[in-house]
Ligand binder design. Structure first.
Ligand code: FRU
Length: 483
């Protein structure tokens, strides 16, 4: 496969062919970053789920691996996580050769069709060869279901403070926390969320981890919860909570709803277990259940977001999470153009043969509305506008190219609240073949969006009120990870 079909991303992960959704089992082990994913090997629409598999040494270049987990008599293999069982607590391996253990949801289609409510249970599988081959545990399921229709997406991690495995899973409108000494026997500890956060849709794909606050010694726990529908700009999105976890209960006292990304295409994202330097590394699925099955690709369907590092910070309005491309992404860059400073007396324009596979970054100082757009010879365009009067950032893909495959895809201009600050705003726009990722102020404000232009974008323009200043404009070419 040459990875050269129309719309094929050049530096985002996509399967060689067929349908993909959520990232699963993100774990680092022995020099290898594993990426498993929801996969249907027969078609480019969702179907009976398997765990596809790819590995990487840098989270940027990927090797495709054989399918890791196949459906069995207990059901399809839905989303979940993976851990390195270093002490061999499960007994699946030895201390010398500790097992990788995957924890996932079994979805029993026959049960669902029969109208039962207990068709989702949790199962485990292990690998003794760093993920190449997997054996399912004969005692599956390890958590049965006593009548909760949506009961899935277990995220397991080793909790250092209590020396035990902790699992978070979602149950419709809340999260449940379990503990285990051995990954096989699980005990329910607590619940969170019925009266907190956004509830416009079902809760999915939880994650829980601790982060430092900025450069301080303060630490906070962050709970990620994907929700579908109910995202701020429609369809699927990821909210998060900042609070405390004492080994048993997660608590928070902020009332505002926090979102990881205001674009429409960052869903079901979770973070890696076992990363050596303790960085919190995140990958999301770059699509939205509103139209995931309808996007105009033919050989495969959908991509992952760029891998991102999550950090936590704080300002007058409270704690906030930032997400920003990992440093290894810089390896793909090749400088194409650099301009120190431009005063916007007239719109700034720059033309290239091809603006796809580019990273455009700059700092802006402005008082009135300012708009950045990229467009092609058919006048298809994407634009990003700052409106400091209304404290909003707007992302517009309504005329970005093919938008009519589904009603909500290119309908509304996306909007996110922002607090203007005196120093310049840092903007980074990364365009691949069929996506635009915007990171503002190092990932404090983010939009991740798919686009399907009929021709490549070739023109960049920045226009705004007189007196606005653009500095440190850098355009980098991004190398393909496949060719
Ligand atoms: C999220 C999700 C999960 C589920 C999986 C099924 O996108 O709905 O909740 O496990 O996809 O493929």
């Amino acid at each position: 496969n040459s990875y050269s079909e129309p719309f094929r991303p050049q530096f985002h992960f996509t399967p060689q062919e067929k349908w993909m959704n959520d990232p699963n089992g993100l774990v680092y082990n022995d020099g290898v970053y594993h990426l498993f994913y929801q996969y249907y090997p027969e078609d480019i629409v969702w179907g009976p789920m398997h765990w596809g598999h790819a590995t990487s040494k840098d989270m940027i270049h990927w090797d495709h691996k054989p399918i890791a987990l196949y459906p069995d008599e207990l059901g399809l293999i839905f989303s979940g996580s993976a851990v390195v069982d270093s002490n061999n607590s499960s007994g699946f391996g030895t201390k010398e050769n500790p097992p990788l253990v995957a924890i996932f949801t079994y979805h029993l289609m026959e049960g669902e069709k029969a109208g039962r409510k207990d068709f989702q249970t949790q199962g485990i599988a292990y690998s003794l060869d760093n993920g190449d081959t997997w054996t399912k545990y004969e005692g599956n399921p390890v958590i049965v279901n006593d009548g909760i229709k949506d009961f899935r997406d277990p995220k397991v991690f080793w909790d250092e403070s209590t020396s035990q495995w902790v699992m978070i899973l979602v149950a419709g409108d809340h999260a449940k926390f379990y503990k285990s000494p051995n990954l096989k026997d699980w005990e329910l500890m607590s619940e969170f969320g019925k009266d907190k956060g956004a509830h416009g849709g079902v809760w999915e794909c939880p994650d829980l981890f601790k982060l430092k606050v900025g450069e301080t010694e303060e630490e906070k726990w962050v709970l990620l919860i994907s929700i579908n529908p109910g995202a701020p700009n429609g369809g699927s999105g990821t909210q998060y909570f900042v609070g405390e976890f004492d080994g048993t209960n997660f608590t928070t006292n902020h009332e505002d709803i926090k979102w990881l990304d205001y674009g429409m295409d960052n869903y079901a994202g979770v973070t890696y277990n076992n990363v050596p330097n303790k960085d919190r590394l995140f990958i999301g699925w770059m699509s939205n259940w509103n139209y995931a099955r309808d996007t105009p690709t033919e050989v495969w369907r959908s991509a992952m977001t760029l891998p991102r590092k999550l950090t936590l910070d704080k300002d007058e309005s409270g704690y906030f999470l930032k997400n920003y491309p990992i440093a290894n992404f810089n390896k793909l860059k090749k400088l194409e153009k650099e301009i120190n400073a431009i005063t916007l007396d007239a719109p700034f324009e720059w033309e290239a043969e091809n603006l796809n596979h580019k990273e455009i970054s700059f700092t802006m100082n402005f008082k009135d509305e300012i708009t950045v757009s990229v467009r092609n010879s058919l006048s298809e365009k994407v634009s990003l506008a700052f409106n400091p009067k209304e404290n909003k950032i707007l992302f517009d893909r309504t005329g970005s190219g093919i938008v009519d495959f589904e009603d909500s895809f290119g309908k509304e201009i996306q909007s996110q609240p922002y607090m203007p600050i005196d120093k310049g705003v840092e903007v980074k726009i990364i365009i691949d073949q069929s996506s635009v990722e915007v990171f503002i102020d190092k990932g404090k404000y983010v939009f991740t969006n798919q686009i399907f232009p009929k021709k490549v974008y070739t023109k960049l323009d920045i226009s705004g009120a007189e007196g606005a200043v653009i500095s440190n404009l850098v355009i980098n070419n991004i190398k393909s990870i496949w060719n």
